[in-house]
Write a protein that binds this ligand. Structure first.
Ligand code: ZNH
Length: 142
């Protein structure tokens, strides 16, 4: 689980990220659709799945809103993400294996956008946090 140091590290990098969630969201979500094309099946009714398209940008921003919720409830991710987990499990029926793929893309985009801030220590803590988010989102599948 996340140590106090991890939580401080996540809050520090999030303080920078939160000003650009539109860009980070679009880049990360758009990257997931290209790097892991199996994730496209959930968005098959969208006419344009390219990173710069309107729906991809809008959805990327929504997802980052979920990450903002997670940062705000970092002491209890399962509780903070309960509704989102239920929605993904029962309504959207997203295979929970996909959460780790998007989490990885968020990590990569953060490293690209904040090369100076993305130290190995921040990498470790932010990766642990995103793994925690993916686990909390998978909670209702059990
Ligand atoms: Zn998800 C939706 C978040 C992942 C798919 N999402 C959503 C939303 C949010 C989110 C916030 C909105 C909700 C409402 O509206 O209510 N996600 C999220 C997060 C994550 C995710 C945080 C991680 C990290 N998702 C995901 C994945 C996938 C998905 C991976 C696949 C692949 N989602 C989805 C869908 C939806 C969502 C399909 C719906 C859309 C519409 O309808 O619009």
């Amino acid at each position: 689980s996340l140590s106090r140091t991890d939580k401080e590290a996540v809050k520090a990098i999030w303080a920078k990220m939160s000003k650009s969630i539109d860009v980070i969201g679009a880049e990360a979500f758009g990257r997931m659709l290209i790097a892991y094309p199996q994730t496209k099946i959930y968005f098959s009714e969208w006419s344009d799945l390219r990173p710069a398209s309107g729906p991809v940008k809008a959805h990327g921003k929504k997802v980052m809103g979920g990450i903002a919720t997670a940062v705000a409830s970092i002491d209890d991710l399962t509780c903070g993400l309960r509704e989102l987990s239920e929605r993904h499990a029962f309504t959207l029926k997203v295979d929970p294996a996909n959460f780790r793929l998007l989490a990885h893309c968020i990590l990569v985009v953060t490293a690209i956008m904040f090369p100076k801030d993305f130290t190995p220590e921040i990498h470790v803590s932010f990766d642990k946090f995103l793994a925690g988010v993916a686990l909390a989102l998978s909670d209702k599948y059990r």
